[in-house]
Ligand binder design. Structure first.
Ligand code: SAM
Length: 229
């Protein structure tokens, strides 16, 4: 941006602020404690090799926050940003309607696009966007995961996502799940999280209002990366 454009932009912002058109706002989908926990988990596992996986990235608000931390602290952490980039999978929506008493109209549609996401993150070379349905992602192609954030709202992708990430999670790795709150339109994530914890014999732990936390036991086996020959 040249000096003139920069100056004009500042003037427009200043005028908009004074006219009350531009107020400070919270741009993130998740709470401050969610975001702080991701950063703390990365700091906690600073010396453990592994990647960060975010499943369900929308327009990349959390991605940007965490990527900023990785870059600022010069951490060697590849970041995989997985999303359909075309909102919910119709099969997952059908499941909510047929099995979980939801209505189609209450399921909000996301309008992120892959091309815009790639463009927005081109300065962050360690961020790899993956356009895929989580149910079809082969995690054996990714490095072991040390921190993951699963934020796909509905029952099916959350349940399957939990199983896939768990298999790639390093011992002591962190797995965070959004929308772990009962009796609301995204309570499919809650049901999946609670079932998964029960099946694995894990104590459910919810921080902030709705962030489910899973920590893999330290005695678990380290996943091995499978490299295609
Ligand atoms: C609540 S938004 C994610 C918000 C983001 N984590 C953040 O903090 O800014 C949910 C995202 O999940 C994606 N999604 C939903 N079902 C999916 C699936 N089966 N596989 C991959 N992504 C999915 C949607 O496209 C949407 O972008």
């Amino acid at each position: 941006m040249n000096a003139f454009n920069f100056f004009m932009r500042q003037q427009v912002k200043k005028a908009a602020y004074k006219m009350g058109l531009w107020a400070t706002e919270y741009p993130y989908f998740c709470s401050p404690l969610h975001l702080a926990s991701f950063v703390n988990a990365l700091e906690d596992l600073k010396h453990v090799p592994g990647c960060f996986v975010e499943v369900g990235v929308a327009r990349g608000m959390t991605t940007r926050f965490v990527a900023e931390h990785i870059q600022l602290m010069n951490l060697d952490v590849p970041y995989y940003a997985i999303d359909t980039f075309s909102s919910f999978d119709p099969d997952d929506l059908d499941f909510e309607v047929k099995n979980r008493s939801k209505t189609m109209w209450e399921m909000q549609v996301f309008w992120n696009t892959y091309d815009k996401f790639v463009k927005d993150f081109k300065e962050f070379e360690f961020v790899t966007p993956i356009r895929a349905d989580i149910k079809k992602v082969d995690f054996a192609e990714l490095p072991p995961v040390k921190v993951a954030y699963l934020d796909v709202d509905l029952y099916q992708p959350t349940k399957i996502g939990l199983e896939k990430i768990w298999d790639r999670l390093v011992p002591e790795g962190y797995l965070f799940v959004d929308d772990v709150l009962d009796n609301n339109k995204w309570d499919g994530a809650y049901q999946a999280y609670m079932e998964f914890c029960a099946e694995k014999g894990l104590e459910p732990q919810v921080i902030s209002t709705d962030c489910g936390v899973i920590r893999k036991p330290s005695h678990a086996q380290t996943p091995i990366r499978v490299v295609a020959s």
